[in-house]
Design a binder for this molecule. Structure first.
Ligand code: BES
Ligand code: ZN
Length: 648
């Protein structure tokens, strides 16, 4: 077996690095000495400051948001009003400060005690590249309600407006939002921090043939009439505010779950996601009732910049996971899991991202294990952990702590995914192993109930775990072992290791081929799943020669594969190996897909040589009109960095 020794030695090396404790623990006092003493009372309070928002949630909080918006495909704008119901916490507060980005604000009014609306003075500050523009509204009377009339920019970072040519049907335009992490402020002025939770309602007008959906009570039988009303009665953080519009039809999966997609996609999507009902049942059995009423999935065009987004009641999903064999439906398990970890119990700042993504990745893996077996769940884990090994470097140590220190994360979109997803899940797998599955399941279920509909910090998680795990079952995990995961870089030596016999077979097949060119027997590879193909490619040397690449292509048709997980690994290998035969397919792939995770590895590899950089730039120029602003930013960043780097 190839990867286990490697991983063990990595774990050991990482552990040594971790022991150096070259940084003070996270921004909370007391954690360093926490091995014996209880955390000081002050650290148990919920956080009140989010460095990625101008809002002042210690002074005033939005409890409800009412939107009245007109959706205009021709102008690429949303315009109308946002009305906030406010809870004034500080009796001396005289201002309401909101987050905005690229918004045009025309009028702001406050409601007097007699119910009449009167204009309020306001100032919109210059834009910070990451945070946007601070909007300061003078509210000396601390009104119960404030109303803002505004229009979005066609370039809003949280919206993408697609021409009909970029849709499957090619006839109607399409638009969608992506608010996480701090892009809601580009389509609604608001307190854009997950610390603030609010209910919302919306009235949206659109062209008659567009179906409009939101992260709210979508009606599968809604008539398309250009006039839509939504209610979200549960309190959500701003990053879960979502909207989409286009030629969308609905197909049920169960009586509470279904798929929204363009007409030509909806059947395939419903088949691919047919196990959604079972996933909901499994998660409910483990962690308590699903509390969001319906669970529908919206399949977006391929320019969607993420794999999935857990918008409540309406997961947004990339079409790139529809492969026909359900091999990538862990994505649905993941987004569904957020209905507990993330949407129900929410991180209070981006520094605590692991509380959302790590806990969710753990739950996702449990769902996969329950539906598709431990072998598949383990394979998915091993792939992630191997990626972590590549992503963790000496340079990004500060981002390797689960609890990232204040000031470390400049742009909240720049979290290290191996930390928040993989190390986060690994931490819970460690706790599960030490405390036993039964005890740990009960703990996690209690955690979701205890913090339901709240936004919490890592410290609150740690305090809760101390009381309900560490102190409850003494002698299983020390406070120092627990804290090492949260406040130190790398992966602690306590990390449980995994073996995967199915990956051992893949390793043996790869080794044999590398030694003498013998391809594995077809009756073996015929049964390989996406995970095995991914592992086969990932274990290849840095480069192969042209004959080797051509032989693999002849046998397995990797070049041009419709499977994004395979393409994501094969194309960088092709670029490194100088296998220019793949260039045309690479360009086509980069133009068709906008999902960052799938295309960034290839761009990053291309920019390393002058010829590659040229292909990257030419392709980007063609692809850009179809990319989401988030993807455009990432690709531009990689190209700019390569050009700025000193030539060798
Ligand atoms: N919430 C995330 C997407 C996200 C994270 C958007 C941070 C913006 C900032 C979502 O749940 C997610 O994790 N998506 C993954 C898929 C998953 C299977 C790991 C993705 O898009 O790759
Ligand atoms: Zn997630």
């Amino acid at each position: 077996m190839r990867h286990t020794p490697l991983m063990l030695s990595l774990a050991a090396a990482l552990a040594v690095a971790g022991c150096a404790r070259d940084q003070a623990p996270a921004n909370t006092a007391g954690t360093a000495a926490a091995s014996t003493a209880a955390a000081p009372a002050a650290t148990q309070a919920a956080a009140v400051n989010d460095e990625h928002s101008y809002a002042q949630p210690d002074k005033v909080r939005t409890t409800d948001l009412a939107l009245d918006l007109a959706l205009d495909f021709a102008k690429k704008t949303l315009s109308g009003t946002a009305t906030y119901t406010l809870e004034w916490l500080d009796p001396n507060a005289t201002q309401l400060v909101l987050d905005t980005r690229d918004l045009t604000i025309s009028k702001i009014e406050g409601q007097g005690a007699d119910g009449t609306w009167a204009p309020l003075e306001f100032a919109l500050a210059g834009a910070d590249k990451v945070l946007g523009s601070k909007l300061t509204i003078e509210t000396p009377a601390r009104p119960k309600q404030v109303r803002i009339a505004y229009t979005t920019s066609p370039n809003a970072s949280g919206l993408q407006w697609l021409e009909p040519s970029m849709t499957a049907g090619k006839k109607q335009p399409f638009m969608f939002s992506q608010s996480q992490q701090i892009h809601a402020r580009s389509w609604v002025p608001l307190q854009d921090t997950p610390m603030v939770r609010f209910t919302y309602g919306a009235h949206v007008t659109s062209p008659k043939d567009a179906m409009v959906l939101m992260s709210a009570d979508n009606d599968p039988k809604a008539a398309r009439d250009g006039d839509y009303t939504f209610k979200m009665p549960q309190k959500i953080p701003s990053y879960l505010l979502a909207i989409a519009a286009g030629d969308l039809t609905f197909q049920p999966i169960t009586n509470i779950a279904g798929v929204w997609a363009e007409p030509s996609m909806v059947k395939g999507a419903a088949d691919e996601f047919a196990d959604t009902g079972k996933m909901i049942e499994t998660t409910e059995k483990l962690y308590g009732p699903y509390r969001w009423d319906r669970y529908d999935i919206l399949v977006l065009p391929p320019s969607f910049p993420y794999g999935g987004m857990e918008n409540p009641r309406l997961t947004f999903a990339t079409p790139t996971v529809i492969t026909g064999d359900k091999s990538l439906v862990a994505l649905i398990a993941h987004e569904l899991a957020h209905s507990w970890s993330g949407n129900l119990v929410t991180f209070s700042t981006s520094k605590d991202a692991w509380l959302n993504e790590g806990v969710t990745s753990y739950v996702e893996n449990r769902i996969v294990e329950s539906l598709y077996g431990k072998e598949r769940a383990d394979m998915e884990n091993v792939i992630e952990r191997n990626e972590l090994k590549n992503e963790f470097t000496d340079e990004n140590k500060p981002l390797q702590q689960l609890a990232v220190k204040a000031g470390t994360l400049k742009d909240p979109d720049d979290n290290l995914s191996s930390t928040v997803y993989t190390k986060g899940a690994w931490f819970l797998q460690f706790l599960e192993q030490r405390f036993g599955r039964e005890n740990f399941d009960a703990f996690l279920r209690g955690y979701f109930d205890h913090f339901a509909f709240q936004s919490i910090s890592t410290q609150q998680f740690a305090d809760y775990a101390k009381a309900n795990l560490l102190d409850k079952y003494p002698g299983k995990v020390t406070q120092a072992e627990f804290d090492a995961w949260l406040y130190e870089p790398s992966v602690p030596a306590t990390a449980p290791q995994l073996a995967s016999p199915r990956f051992d077979a893949v390793d043996a097949a790869r080794k044999a081929w590398l030694e003498d060119g013998t391809l594995p027997a077809a009756d073996a590879t015929g049964k390989w799943t996406t995970q095995e193909w991914v592992h086969f490619i990932e274990g290849m040397p840095q480069t192969l020669n042209t004959k080797q690449m051509a032989d693999l292509d002849a046998a397995y048709k990797f070049t041009g594969t419709p499977n994004g997980e395979i393409a994501q690994r094969w194309y960088p290998l092709a670029v490194r190996s100088g296998y220019t035969q793949a260039n045309e397919a690479i360009a086509a792939f980069l133009q068709k897909i906008g999902r960052r995770k799938l295309i960034m590895p290839t761009y990053s590899e291309l920019v390393k040589t002058p010829e590659g950089l040229k292909l990257a730039e030419d392709t980007f120029a063609k692809a850009k009109p179809g990319y989401h602003p988030i993807t455009t930013g990432s690709v531009q960043g990689v190209i700019d960095a390569a050009k700025a780097a000193p030539k060798q």
